[in-house]
Design a protein around this ligand. Structure first.
Ligand SMILES: Nc1nc2c(ncn2[C@@H]2O[C@H](COP(=O)(O)OP(=O)(O)OP(=O)(O)O)[C@@H](O)[C@H]2O)c(=O)[nH]1
Ligand SMILES: [Mg+2]
Length: 591
Protein backbone atom coordinates (compact mmCIF):
# COMPACT_ATOMS: atom_id res chain seq x y z
CA UNK A 1 0.00 0.00 0.00
CA UNK A 2 1.40 3.30 -1.03
CA UNK A 3 0.59 6.53 0.74
CA UNK A 4 0.55 9.92 -0.88
CA UNK A 5 1.71 13.20 0.64
CA UNK A 6 -0.82 14.80 2.96
CA UNK A 7 -2.05 18.12 1.59
CA UNK A 8 -1.43 20.81 4.18
CA UNK A 9 -2.98 24.26 4.12
CA UNK A 10 -1.99 27.31 6.11
CA UNK A 11 -4.76 29.69 7.07
CA UNK A 12 -5.53 32.40 9.58
CA UNK A 13 -6.16 36.10 10.06
CA UNK A 14 -4.47 38.60 7.77
CA UNK A 15 -0.88 39.43 8.79
CA UNK A 16 -0.67 36.72 11.43
CA UNK A 17 2.27 35.25 9.51
CA UNK A 18 1.03 32.55 7.10
CA UNK A 19 3.47 33.42 4.31
CA UNK A 20 6.35 33.98 6.70
CA UNK A 21 5.79 30.66 8.41
CA UNK A 22 5.81 28.75 5.15
CA UNK A 23 8.93 30.60 4.05
CA UNK A 24 10.66 29.81 7.30
CA UNK A 25 9.74 26.13 7.05
CA UNK A 26 11.09 26.13 3.51
CA UNK A 27 14.23 27.79 4.83
CA UNK A 28 15.07 25.05 7.27
CA UNK A 29 14.57 22.36 4.66
CA UNK A 30 16.62 24.17 2.08
CA UNK A 31 19.40 24.15 4.67
CA UNK A 32 19.10 20.38 4.89
CA UNK A 33 19.98 20.23 1.23
CA UNK A 34 21.89 16.99 1.12
CA UNK A 35 18.65 15.25 1.97
CA UNK A 36 16.99 16.33 -1.25
CA UNK A 37 15.46 19.76 -1.62
CA UNK A 38 11.99 21.05 -1.92
CA UNK A 39 10.12 20.54 -5.17
CA UNK A 40 8.11 23.51 -6.26
CA UNK A 41 4.63 22.70 -7.52
CA UNK A 42 2.11 25.10 -8.98
CA UNK A 43 0.49 26.81 -6.01
CA UNK A 44 2.13 24.35 -3.66
CA UNK A 45 5.49 23.18 -2.33
CA UNK A 46 6.45 19.60 -1.67
CA UNK A 47 8.58 19.05 1.41
CA UNK A 48 10.12 15.59 1.00
CA UNK A 49 10.09 13.27 3.97
CA UNK A 50 13.84 12.73 4.18
CA UNK A 51 14.47 16.47 4.33
CA UNK A 52 11.88 16.90 7.06
CA UNK A 53 13.26 14.00 9.06
CA UNK A 54 16.86 15.06 8.84
CA UNK A 55 15.88 18.57 9.93
CA UNK A 56 13.85 17.29 12.83
CA UNK A 57 16.50 14.78 13.84
CA UNK A 58 19.20 17.37 13.92
CA UNK A 59 17.10 19.46 16.25
CA UNK A 60 15.01 17.03 18.21
CA UNK A 61 17.28 13.99 18.42
CA UNK A 62 16.15 10.48 17.49
CA UNK A 63 12.62 10.27 16.20
CA UNK A 64 10.60 7.30 17.33
CA UNK A 65 7.67 7.34 14.93
CA UNK A 66 7.77 5.17 11.84
CA UNK A 67 7.01 7.63 9.08
CA UNK A 68 5.60 6.33 5.86
CA UNK A 69 4.23 9.33 4.01
CA UNK A 70 6.49 10.55 1.22
CA UNK A 71 6.42 14.14 2.42
CA UNK A 72 4.07 17.06 2.95
CA UNK A 73 2.47 19.04 0.14
CA UNK A 74 1.93 22.58 1.36
CA UNK A 75 -0.64 24.54 -0.58
CA UNK A 76 0.79 28.02 -0.67
CA UNK A 77 -1.04 30.04 1.97
CA UNK A 78 -4.41 30.48 0.37
CA UNK A 79 -5.84 32.43 3.28
CA UNK A 80 -9.23 31.77 4.77
CA UNK A 81 -11.29 32.62 1.69
CA UNK A 82 -9.35 30.49 -0.76
CA UNK A 83 -9.45 27.59 1.67
CA UNK A 84 -13.10 27.28 0.76
CA UNK A 85 -12.09 26.41 -2.78
CA UNK A 86 -10.00 23.47 -1.70
CA UNK A 87 -13.28 21.64 -1.64
CA UNK A 88 -14.40 18.22 -2.53
CA UNK A 89 -17.72 16.52 -1.96
CA UNK A 90 -18.47 16.56 1.74
CA UNK A 91 -15.22 18.16 2.82
CA UNK A 92 -11.88 19.61 1.96
CA UNK A 93 -9.02 18.30 -0.10
CA UNK A 94 -6.78 19.59 2.69
CA UNK A 95 -5.84 16.62 4.82
CA UNK A 96 -4.40 18.90 7.46
CA UNK A 97 -4.31 22.58 8.20
CA UNK A 98 -2.13 24.95 10.15
CA UNK A 99 -4.13 27.72 11.74
CA UNK A 100 -1.76 30.59 12.33
CA UNK A 101 -2.59 32.85 15.27
CA UNK A 102 -0.51 35.86 16.26
CA UNK A 103 0.33 35.37 19.93
CA UNK A 104 0.08 39.11 20.59
CA UNK A 105 -3.17 39.76 18.71
CA UNK A 106 -4.89 36.48 19.57
CA UNK A 107 -7.99 35.12 17.88
CA UNK A 108 -9.44 37.61 15.40
CA UNK A 109 -12.24 37.76 12.90
CA UNK A 110 -10.67 35.69 10.14
CA UNK A 111 -9.35 33.24 12.72
CA UNK A 112 -12.97 32.66 13.68
CA UNK A 113 -13.94 32.31 10.06
CA UNK A 114 -11.09 29.85 9.51
CA UNK A 115 -12.26 27.83 12.51
CA UNK A 116 -15.79 27.74 11.11
CA UNK A 117 -14.47 26.51 7.78
CA UNK A 118 -12.24 23.89 9.37
CA UNK A 119 -15.14 22.67 11.45
CA UNK A 120 -17.60 22.50 8.58
CA UNK A 121 -15.09 20.77 6.31
CA UNK A 122 -13.98 18.48 9.17
CA UNK A 123 -10.31 19.23 8.57
CA UNK A 124 -7.91 18.32 11.39
CA UNK A 125 -5.61 21.18 12.25
CA UNK A 126 -2.74 22.38 14.35
CA UNK A 127 -2.61 25.87 15.83
CA UNK A 128 0.70 27.60 15.19
CA UNK A 129 0.90 30.22 17.91
CA UNK A 130 3.12 32.56 15.95
CA UNK A 131 5.39 35.52 16.69
CA UNK A 132 6.53 34.27 20.09
CA UNK A 133 9.72 36.28 19.51
CA UNK A 134 7.59 39.40 20.08
CA UNK A 135 7.03 38.55 23.73
CA UNK A 136 9.09 41.27 25.43
CA UNK A 137 12.42 39.84 26.58
CA UNK A 138 12.32 36.77 24.29
CA UNK A 139 15.79 35.39 23.51
CA UNK A 140 15.97 33.82 20.07
CA UNK A 141 17.99 30.89 18.80
CA UNK A 142 17.20 30.09 15.22
CA UNK A 143 15.12 26.95 14.60
CA UNK A 144 15.34 25.79 18.17
CA UNK A 145 12.67 23.30 19.22
CA UNK A 146 10.10 24.95 21.44
CA UNK A 147 10.75 23.18 24.78
CA UNK A 148 14.43 24.05 24.57
CA UNK A 149 13.71 27.62 23.49
CA UNK A 150 11.35 27.99 26.43
CA UNK A 151 13.97 26.85 28.97
CA UNK A 152 16.19 29.64 27.78
CA UNK A 153 13.65 32.33 28.70
CA UNK A 154 13.27 34.24 31.96
CA UNK A 155 10.40 33.36 34.28
CA UNK A 156 8.60 36.56 33.31
CA UNK A 157 8.73 35.67 29.60
CA UNK A 158 7.54 32.14 30.31
CA UNK A 159 4.66 33.40 32.43
CA UNK A 160 3.65 35.90 29.80
CA UNK A 161 3.61 33.26 27.05
CA UNK A 162 1.79 30.77 29.23
CA UNK A 163 -0.86 33.31 30.10
CA UNK A 164 -1.41 34.25 26.45
CA UNK A 165 -1.63 30.66 25.35
CA UNK A 166 -4.14 29.81 28.05
CA UNK A 167 -6.30 32.75 27.12
CA UNK A 168 -6.36 31.24 23.65
CA UNK A 169 -7.12 27.77 25.02
CA UNK A 170 -10.09 29.29 26.82
CA UNK A 171 -11.34 31.05 23.72
CA UNK A 172 -11.01 27.88 21.68
CA UNK A 173 -12.91 25.94 24.32
CA UNK A 174 -15.68 28.51 24.05
CA UNK A 175 -15.80 27.77 20.33
CA UNK A 176 -16.04 24.05 20.90
CA UNK A 177 -12.40 23.06 20.41
CA UNK A 178 -10.36 21.39 23.11
CA UNK A 179 -6.77 22.55 22.64
CA UNK A 180 -3.46 22.51 24.49
CA UNK A 181 0.27 22.95 23.97
CA UNK A 182 1.40 19.89 22.06
CA UNK A 183 3.88 18.83 24.75
CA UNK A 184 1.03 18.34 27.22
CA UNK A 185 -1.31 16.42 24.96
CA UNK A 186 -1.97 12.76 25.61
CA UNK A 187 -4.52 12.20 22.86
CA UNK A 188 -4.00 13.99 19.59
CA UNK A 189 -7.29 12.50 18.42
CA UNK A 190 -9.34 14.57 20.82
CA UNK A 191 -7.18 17.63 21.45
CA UNK A 192 -6.02 20.25 18.99
CA UNK A 193 -2.25 20.65 19.25
CA UNK A 194 -0.88 24.17 19.73
CA UNK A 195 2.70 24.70 18.69
CA UNK A 196 4.32 27.99 19.71
CA UNK A 197 6.52 29.20 16.83
CA UNK A 198 8.34 32.16 15.45
CA UNK A 199 8.21 32.56 11.69
CA UNK A 200 10.93 35.14 12.12
CA UNK A 201 13.55 33.20 14.08
CA UNK A 202 12.22 29.69 13.52
CA UNK A 203 11.72 28.43 17.08
CA UNK A 204 9.13 25.67 17.16
CA UNK A 205 9.29 24.91 13.46
CA UNK A 206 10.84 21.44 13.84
CA UNK A 207 8.14 20.63 16.37
CA UNK A 208 5.44 21.89 14.03
CA UNK A 209 6.68 19.71 11.17
CA UNK A 210 6.89 16.68 13.40
CA UNK A 211 3.42 17.17 14.87
CA UNK A 212 2.01 17.42 11.33
CA UNK A 213 3.75 14.24 10.25
CA UNK A 214 2.65 12.45 13.39
CA UNK A 215 -0.99 13.43 12.85
CA UNK A 216 -0.93 12.35 9.21
CA UNK A 217 0.67 9.08 10.12
CA UNK A 218 -1.57 8.27 13.05
CA UNK A 219 -4.99 9.25 11.80
CA UNK A 220 -5.06 9.30 8.03
CA UNK A 221 -3.72 6.09 6.60
CA UNK A 222 -6.99 5.34 4.86
CA UNK A 223 -7.42 8.78 3.46
CA UNK A 224 -3.83 8.97 2.25
CA UNK A 225 -3.86 5.70 0.37
CA UNK A 226 -2.82 6.45 -3.18
CA UNK A 227 -4.82 4.76 -5.91
CA UNK A 228 -2.01 4.77 -8.42
CA UNK A 229 -4.02 3.62 -11.41
CA UNK A 230 -7.30 5.32 -10.59
CA UNK A 231 -8.57 8.23 -12.71
CA UNK A 232 -7.39 11.44 -11.09
CA UNK A 233 -9.57 13.62 -8.91
CA UNK A 234 -8.73 17.23 -8.24
CA UNK A 235 -9.99 20.73 -7.83
CA UNK A 236 -9.56 24.05 -9.67
CA UNK A 237 -7.75 26.62 -7.54
CA UNK A 238 -7.35 29.43 -9.98
CA UNK A 239 -8.00 30.30 -13.60
CA UNK A 240 -5.17 32.21 -15.23
CA UNK A 241 -4.28 33.55 -18.64
CA UNK A 242 -0.79 32.53 -19.71
CA UNK A 243 1.02 34.09 -22.61
CA UNK A 244 1.06 31.66 -25.50
CA UNK A 245 -1.07 29.12 -23.66
CA UNK A 246 -4.44 30.85 -23.36
CA UNK A 247 -6.67 30.15 -20.39
CA UNK A 248 -5.15 27.60 -18.03
CA UNK A 249 -6.12 26.39 -14.61
CA UNK A 250 -3.99 25.84 -11.56
CA UNK A 251 -5.21 22.71 -9.86
CA UNK A 252 -4.49 20.35 -7.02
CA UNK A 253 -4.81 16.64 -7.73
CA UNK A 254 -5.61 14.74 -4.54
CA UNK A 255 -6.00 11.19 -5.78
CA UNK A 256 -5.17 8.96 -8.74
CA UNK A 257 -3.11 9.61 -11.82
CA UNK A 258 -3.53 12.38 -14.40
CA UNK A 259 -2.09 11.91 -17.90
CA UNK A 260 -1.81 14.10 -20.95
CA UNK A 261 -4.62 13.07 -23.28
CA UNK A 262 -7.05 12.25 -20.43
CA UNK A 263 -10.60 13.51 -20.81
CA UNK A 264 -11.66 15.45 -17.77
CA UNK A 265 -14.99 16.76 -16.53
CA UNK A 266 -15.29 20.19 -14.89
CA UNK A 267 -18.03 22.54 -13.79
CA UNK A 268 -18.85 26.06 -14.89
CA UNK A 269 -21.69 28.56 -14.97
CA UNK A 270 -23.21 26.65 -17.90
CA UNK A 271 -22.99 23.36 -16.05
CA UNK A 272 -20.71 20.37 -16.41
CA UNK A 273 -18.50 20.01 -19.46
CA UNK A 274 -15.63 17.87 -20.64
CA UNK A 275 -12.32 18.61 -22.31
CA UNK A 276 -9.07 16.85 -23.14
CA UNK A 277 -5.84 17.54 -21.25
CA UNK A 278 -3.42 19.05 -23.78
CA UNK A 279 -0.56 19.61 -21.39
CA UNK A 280 0.36 19.25 -17.75
CA UNK A 281 2.83 21.86 -16.56
CA UNK A 282 5.01 21.97 -13.49
CA UNK A 283 7.35 24.80 -12.49
CA UNK A 284 10.85 24.65 -13.86
CA UNK A 285 13.54 24.42 -11.20
CA UNK A 286 15.00 27.89 -10.66
CA UNK A 287 18.42 26.94 -12.03
CA UNK A 288 16.90 25.80 -15.34
CA UNK A 289 14.88 28.96 -15.81
CA UNK A 290 16.76 31.12 -18.28
CA UNK A 291 13.91 33.44 -19.19
CA UNK A 292 11.28 34.54 -16.65
CA UNK A 293 8.57 33.86 -19.27
CA UNK A 294 9.78 30.30 -19.55
CA UNK A 295 8.48 29.21 -16.18
CA UNK A 296 6.96 25.81 -16.85
CA UNK A 297 8.09 22.40 -17.87
CA UNK A 298 5.70 19.91 -19.44
CA UNK A 299 5.29 16.46 -17.91
CA UNK A 300 3.33 13.55 -19.34
CA UNK A 301 1.66 12.48 -16.11
CA UNK A 302 1.42 13.26 -12.40
CA UNK A 303 0.46 11.20 -9.40
CA UNK A 304 -1.45 12.64 -6.45
CA UNK A 305 -0.86 14.71 -4.49
CA UNK A 306 0.33 17.47 -6.78
CA UNK A 307 -0.16 21.10 -7.66
CA UNK A 308 -0.05 21.68 -11.41
CA UNK A 309 -1.14 23.79 -14.33
CA UNK A 310 -3.52 22.31 -16.89
CA UNK A 311 -3.75 23.34 -20.51
CA UNK A 312 -6.94 22.38 -22.36
CA UNK A 313 -9.67 23.83 -24.59
CA UNK A 314 -12.54 25.65 -22.92
CA UNK A 315 -11.02 26.15 -19.49
CA UNK A 316 -12.40 29.70 -19.42
CA UNK A 317 -15.77 28.03 -18.80
CA UNK A 318 -14.89 26.72 -15.36
CA UNK A 319 -14.59 28.43 -12.00
CA UNK A 320 -12.46 28.13 -8.86
CA UNK A 321 -13.60 25.31 -6.64
CA UNK A 322 -14.79 23.19 -9.58
CA UNK A 323 -14.05 19.49 -9.29
CA UNK A 324 -11.77 17.93 -11.90
CA UNK A 325 -12.61 14.30 -12.56
CA UNK A 326 -10.79 12.20 -15.12
CA UNK A 327 -13.34 10.31 -17.17
CA UNK A 328 -12.48 6.63 -17.10
CA UNK A 329 -15.06 4.25 -18.56
CA UNK A 330 -18.29 6.08 -18.27
CA UNK A 331 -18.57 9.72 -19.25
CA UNK A 332 -22.26 10.17 -18.43
CA UNK A 333 -21.75 8.77 -14.94
CA UNK A 334 -18.99 11.27 -14.22
CA UNK A 335 -21.05 14.17 -15.58
CA UNK A 336 -24.00 13.10 -13.51
CA UNK A 337 -21.84 12.85 -10.40
CA UNK A 338 -20.39 16.30 -10.92
CA UNK A 339 -23.78 17.88 -11.57
CA UNK A 340 -25.36 16.24 -8.56
CA UNK A 341 -22.49 17.31 -6.38
CA UNK A 342 -23.01 20.96 -7.11
CA UNK A 343 -26.81 20.67 -7.14
CA UNK A 344 -26.70 20.58 -3.38
CA UNK A 345 -25.60 24.17 -3.10
CA UNK A 346 -26.21 25.90 -6.44
CA UNK A 347 -29.87 26.58 -5.91
CA UNK A 348 -32.71 27.91 -8.02
CA UNK A 349 -35.92 27.38 -6.11
CA UNK A 350 -39.24 29.11 -5.61
CA UNK A 351 -38.83 29.18 -1.85
CA UNK A 352 -39.47 32.29 0.21
CA UNK A 353 -35.81 32.85 1.04
CA UNK A 354 -32.77 35.01 0.48
CA UNK A 355 -30.81 35.45 -2.75
CA UNK A 356 -27.15 34.53 -2.21
CA UNK A 357 -24.27 35.35 -4.54
CA UNK A 358 -20.66 34.30 -4.00
CA UNK A 359 -17.46 34.51 -5.98
CA UNK A 360 -16.46 30.88 -6.25
CA UNK A 361 -17.92 27.44 -5.90
CA UNK A 362 -16.05 26.97 -2.64
CA UNK A 363 -17.28 30.19 -1.08
CA UNK A 364 -20.81 29.47 -2.29
CA UNK A 365 -20.77 26.03 -0.71
CA UNK A 366 -19.44 27.44 2.55
CA UNK A 367 -22.08 30.19 2.56
CA UNK A 368 -24.96 27.84 1.80
CA UNK A 369 -23.91 25.49 4.59
CA UNK A 370 -23.47 28.39 6.97
CA UNK A 371 -26.95 29.78 6.23
CA UNK A 372 -28.58 26.36 6.45
CA UNK A 373 -27.02 25.74 9.85
CA UNK A 374 -28.65 28.93 11.01
CA UNK A 375 -32.02 28.03 9.55
CA UNK A 376 -32.02 30.77 6.90
CA UNK A 377 -34.13 29.81 3.87
CA UNK A 378 -32.44 30.25 0.49
CA UNK A 379 -34.27 30.88 -2.76
CA UNK A 380 -31.30 31.35 -5.10
CA UNK A 381 -27.63 30.52 -4.51
CA UNK A 382 -25.27 31.11 -7.38
CA UNK A 383 -21.83 32.25 -8.37
CA UNK A 384 -21.21 35.68 -9.84
CA UNK A 385 -21.92 39.35 -9.32
CA UNK A 386 -25.32 40.62 -8.26
CA UNK A 387 -27.52 40.94 -11.34
CA UNK A 388 -30.89 42.43 -12.34
CA UNK A 389 -32.31 38.95 -12.17
CA UNK A 390 -31.31 38.66 -8.53
CA UNK A 391 -33.24 41.85 -7.80
CA UNK A 392 -36.30 40.43 -9.53
CA UNK A 393 -36.05 37.26 -7.48
CA UNK A 394 -35.68 39.21 -4.23
CA UNK A 395 -38.67 41.35 -5.24
CA UNK A 396 -40.84 38.30 -5.68
CA UNK A 397 -39.81 37.07 -2.23
CA UNK A 398 -40.31 40.49 -0.68
CA UNK A 399 -43.98 40.48 -1.65
CA UNK A 400 -44.44 37.43 0.58
CA UNK A 401 -41.90 38.21 3.28
CA UNK A 402 -40.06 41.49 3.56
CA UNK A 403 -37.41 40.03 5.82
CA UNK A 404 -36.40 37.36 3.31
CA UNK A 405 -36.50 39.61 0.24
CA UNK A 406 -32.81 40.53 0.48
CA UNK A 407 -29.59 39.85 -1.39
CA UNK A 408 -26.49 38.52 0.34
CA UNK A 409 -23.27 39.18 -1.59
CA UNK A 410 -20.32 37.17 -0.31
CA UNK A 411 -16.99 38.25 -1.75
CA UNK A 412 -18.62 39.64 -4.89
CA UNK A 413 -18.80 43.16 -6.27
CA UNK A 414 -22.10 44.95 -6.26
CA UNK A 415 -22.61 47.56 -8.95
CA UNK A 416 -23.68 50.80 -7.18
CA UNK A 417 -26.42 51.47 -9.76
CA UNK A 418 -27.87 48.02 -9.25
CA UNK A 419 -27.71 48.44 -5.50
CA UNK A 420 -29.58 51.74 -5.78
CA UNK A 421 -32.17 50.06 -7.96
CA UNK A 422 -32.57 47.29 -5.38
CA UNK A 423 -32.82 49.80 -2.54
CA UNK A 424 -35.44 51.81 -4.40
CA UNK A 425 -37.56 48.66 -4.36
CA UNK A 426 -36.97 48.24 -0.65
CA UNK A 427 -34.52 45.40 -1.17
CA UNK A 428 -31.46 45.44 1.05
CA UNK A 429 -28.11 44.21 -0.20
CA UNK A 430 -25.83 42.81 2.50
CA UNK A 431 -22.20 42.44 1.44
CA UNK A 432 -18.99 41.32 3.11
CA UNK A 433 -15.84 39.36 2.51
CA UNK A 434 -16.20 37.68 5.87
CA UNK A 435 -18.89 35.06 5.87
CA UNK A 436 -19.99 35.15 9.45
CA UNK A 437 -20.09 38.93 9.47
CA UNK A 438 -22.30 38.87 6.38
CA UNK A 439 -24.71 36.42 7.95
CA UNK A 440 -24.62 38.15 11.31
CA UNK A 441 -25.44 41.51 9.73
CA UNK A 442 -28.40 39.96 8.01
CA UNK A 443 -29.67 38.00 10.99
CA UNK A 444 -29.31 40.90 13.40
CA UNK A 445 -31.19 43.13 10.95
CA UNK A 446 -33.95 40.53 10.82
CA UNK A 447 -34.08 40.46 14.60
CA UNK A 448 -34.23 44.24 14.87
CA UNK A 449 -36.97 44.47 12.27
CA UNK A 450 -38.98 41.78 14.00
CA UNK A 451 -38.59 43.57 17.32
CA UNK A 452 -39.62 46.84 15.75
CA UNK A 453 -42.69 45.31 14.15
CA UNK A 454 -43.61 43.48 17.30
CA UNK A 455 -43.33 46.67 19.32
CA UNK A 456 -45.48 48.54 16.82
CA UNK A 457 -48.09 45.80 16.90
CA UNK A 458 -48.06 45.66 20.69
CA UNK A 459 -48.46 49.44 20.89
CA UNK A 460 -51.52 49.26 18.66
CA UNK A 461 -53.34 46.71 20.82
CA UNK A 462 -56.05 47.75 23.31
CA UNK A 463 -54.62 47.33 26.79
CA UNK A 464 -56.44 45.97 29.80
CA UNK A 465 -57.64 48.66 32.20
CA UNK A 466 -59.81 48.74 35.32
CA UNK A 467 -61.25 51.92 36.80
CA UNK A 468 -63.58 52.98 39.61
CA UNK A 469 -66.05 55.83 39.25
CA UNK A 470 -65.25 57.95 42.30
CA UNK A 471 -68.35 58.70 44.40
CA UNK A 472 -68.97 62.43 44.68
CA UNK A 473 -66.97 63.24 41.55
CA UNK A 474 -69.70 63.44 38.94
CA UNK A 475 -69.04 66.72 37.13
CA UNK A 476 -71.72 66.21 34.44
CA UNK A 477 -74.37 63.51 34.29
CA UNK A 478 -74.65 63.24 30.51
CA UNK A 479 -73.92 64.55 27.03
CA UNK A 480 -71.11 64.10 27.68
CA UNK A 481 -70.86 62.51 31.08
CA UNK A 482 -67.79 63.72 32.97
CA UNK A 483 -66.64 61.81 36.04
CA UNK A 484 -63.63 61.43 38.28
CA UNK A 485 -62.11 57.94 38.20
CA UNK A 486 -59.27 56.06 39.78
CA UNK A 487 -57.28 53.61 37.67
CA UNK A 488 -57.15 50.43 39.73
CA UNK A 489 -55.02 48.44 37.27
CA UNK A 490 -53.68 48.53 33.72
CA UNK A 491 -54.34 51.65 31.68
CA UNK A 492 -57.02 53.61 29.87
CA UNK A 493 -56.75 55.76 26.77
CA UNK A 494 -59.14 57.95 24.77
CA UNK A 495 -61.17 55.87 22.25
CA UNK A 496 -61.16 52.84 24.57
CA UNK A 497 -64.62 51.43 25.08
CA UNK A 498 -65.63 50.54 28.64
CA UNK A 499 -67.83 47.76 30.01
CA UNK A 500 -69.22 47.00 33.44
CA UNK A 501 -68.59 43.87 35.51
CA UNK A 502 -71.42 42.09 33.66
CA UNK A 503 -69.61 42.65 30.36
CA UNK A 504 -72.13 45.26 29.20
CA UNK A 505 -70.74 48.18 27.17
CA UNK A 506 -71.43 51.53 28.76
CA UNK A 507 -69.60 53.99 26.49
CA UNK A 508 -66.37 55.12 24.92
CA UNK A 509 -63.80 57.41 26.50
CA UNK A 510 -63.58 60.71 24.59
CA UNK A 511 -60.99 62.51 26.68
CA UNK A 512 -58.91 62.00 29.76
CA UNK A 513 -57.99 65.04 31.81
CA UNK A 514 -55.58 65.49 34.66
CA UNK A 515 -55.71 68.86 36.42
CA UNK A 516 -57.55 70.34 33.46
CA UNK A 517 -55.05 69.07 30.85
CA UNK A 518 -55.83 66.46 28.19
CA UNK A 519 -53.56 63.45 28.60
CA UNK A 520 -53.03 60.47 26.25
CA UNK A 521 -53.40 57.78 28.90
CA UNK A 522 -53.82 57.11 32.58
CA UNK A 523 -52.15 54.23 34.38
CA UNK A 524 -52.62 52.39 37.64
CA UNK A 525 -52.83 54.62 40.68
CA UNK A 526 -53.80 57.79 38.78
CA UNK A 527 -56.99 59.72 39.55
CA UNK A 528 -58.28 61.57 36.48
CA UNK A 529 -61.44 62.87 34.87
CA UNK A 530 -62.88 61.12 31.82
CA UNK A 531 -65.61 62.15 29.44
CA UNK A 532 -67.99 59.82 27.60
CA UNK A 533 -70.81 60.71 25.19
CA UNK A 534 -73.12 57.73 25.67
CA UNK A 535 -73.98 56.99 29.28
CA UNK A 536 -76.14 58.85 31.75
CA UNK A 537 -74.55 58.68 35.16
CA UNK A 538 -76.93 57.25 37.71
CA UNK A 539 -78.84 55.27 35.05
CA UNK A 540 -76.24 53.35 32.95
CA UNK A 541 -73.34 53.81 35.29
CA UNK A 542 -73.43 54.19 39.04
CA UNK A 543 -71.12 56.16 41.28
CA UNK A 544 -68.56 53.80 42.82
CA UNK A 545 -68.97 51.27 39.99
CA UNK A 546 -66.01 49.35 38.52
CA UNK A 547 -65.52 49.51 34.73
CA UNK A 548 -63.13 47.66 32.40
CA UNK A 549 -61.70 48.37 28.98
CA UNK A 550 -63.30 46.47 26.13
CA UNK A 551 -60.67 44.42 24.33
CA UNK A 552 -61.53 43.03 20.88
CA UNK A 553 -61.23 39.24 20.97
CA UNK A 554 -58.41 38.96 18.40
CA UNK A 555 -56.38 41.53 20.30
CA UNK A 556 -56.97 39.78 23.59
CA UNK A 557 -55.79 36.54 22.02
CA UNK A 558 -52.55 38.25 20.91
CA UNK A 559 -52.05 39.69 24.38
CA UNK A 560 -52.43 36.25 25.89
CA UNK A 561 -50.43 34.30 23.34
CA UNK A 562 -47.70 36.62 22.03
CA UNK A 563 -47.32 39.55 24.36
CA UNK A 564 -47.98 38.28 27.87
CA UNK A 565 -44.36 39.01 28.74
CA UNK A 566 -44.69 42.62 27.64
CA UNK A 567 -47.68 43.30 29.93
CA UNK A 568 -47.07 44.62 33.41
CA UNK A 569 -48.19 42.50 36.32
CA UNK A 570 -51.29 44.60 36.98
CA UNK A 571 -52.18 44.56 33.27
CA UNK A 572 -51.98 40.77 33.25
CA UNK A 573 -54.23 40.56 36.32
CA UNK A 574 -56.82 42.91 34.78
CA UNK A 575 -56.71 40.99 31.50
CA UNK A 576 -57.57 37.83 33.40
CA UNK A 577 -60.47 39.56 35.16
CA UNK A 578 -61.80 40.81 31.83
CA UNK A 579 -61.53 37.34 30.34
CA UNK A 580 -63.41 35.85 33.31
CA UNK A 581 -66.24 38.33 32.85
CA UNK A 582 -66.65 37.64 29.15
CA UNK A 583 -66.15 33.90 29.43
CA UNK A 584 -69.21 33.65 31.67
CA UNK A 585 -71.26 34.01 28.49
CA UNK A 586 -68.64 32.97 25.97
CA UNK A 587 -66.35 30.30 27.43
CA UNK A 588 -64.15 30.12 24.33
CA UNK A 589 -63.42 33.86 24.25
CA UNK A 590 -59.81 34.63 23.26
CA UNK A 591 -58.72 31.04 23.68
N1 LIG B 1 8.44 39.37 14.78
C1 LIG B 1 7.79 38.55 13.98
N2 LIG B 1 7.18 39.02 12.89
C2 LIG B 1 6.52 38.17 12.09
C3 LIG B 1 6.45 36.80 12.37
N3 LIG B 1 5.71 36.20 11.41
C4 LIG B 1 5.34 37.17 10.56
N4 LIG B 1 5.83 38.36 10.95
C5 LIG B 1 5.62 39.66 10.31
O1 LIG B 1 4.21 39.89 10.23
C6 LIG B 1 3.86 40.51 9.01
C7 LIG B 1 2.86 39.68 8.27
O2 LIG B 1 3.42 38.45 7.91
P1 LIG B 1 2.94 37.62 6.66
O3 LIG B 1 3.69 36.35 6.65
O4 LIG B 1 2.93 38.44 5.43
O5 LIG B 1 1.46 37.38 7.12
P2 LIG B 1 0.32 36.65 6.29
O6 LIG B 1 -0.50 35.95 7.31
O7 LIG B 1 0.88 35.85 5.18
O8 LIG B 1 -0.46 37.88 5.74
P3 LIG B 1 -1.51 37.94 4.54
O9 LIG B 1 -1.01 36.99 3.48
O10 LIG B 1 -1.51 39.35 4.13
O11 LIG B 1 -2.80 37.51 5.14
C8 LIG B 1 5.18 40.67 8.25
O12 LIG B 1 5.64 41.97 8.48
C9 LIG B 1 6.08 39.65 8.87
O13 LIG B 1 7.43 40.01 8.79
C10 LIG B 1 7.09 36.31 13.56
O14 LIG B 1 7.08 35.13 13.92
N5 LIG B 1 7.75 37.24 14.32
MG1 LIG C 1 0.49 35.94 3.11
Amino acid sequence: MRLRQPIVVVLGHVDHGKTSLLDKMRGTLVAAREAGGITQHIGASLFPLDAIISTCKALLGEIKVQLKVPGLLFVDTPGHAAFANLRKRGGSIADLAILVVDVIKGIQEQTLESLELLKSRKTPFVVAVNKIDLIPGWKSVEYEPFPKALQRQSQAVRDELEQRIYTMVGELAGLGFRADIYTRITSFATTVAMVPVSAKSGEGIPDLLLVLLGLAQAFMKEQLTLHEDAPAEGVVLEITEEEGLGTTVNAIIYDGILKVGDRIALLGPEGAFTTKVKAILMPKPLDEMRDPRDKFKPVDHVLAAAGLKLVAEGLDKTYPGSPIYVIGQNESEVLERITKEVGEFRLFTDKVGVVLKADTLGSLEAAVNFLRERGVQIRVADIGEVSKRDIVEAEVVRMKDELSGVILAFNVKVDPDLEREANSKGIRVFKSNVLFRLVEEYTSWVKQEKDRRETAQFESLTKPGKIKILPGYVFRRSNPAIVGVEVLGGRIKPKYALMNSEGKHVGTISQIQDKGQNIPEATMGMSVAISMKEPIIGRHVKEGEILYTVIPENEARLLFKSFANRLTEDERAVLNEIAQIIRKNNPLWAR
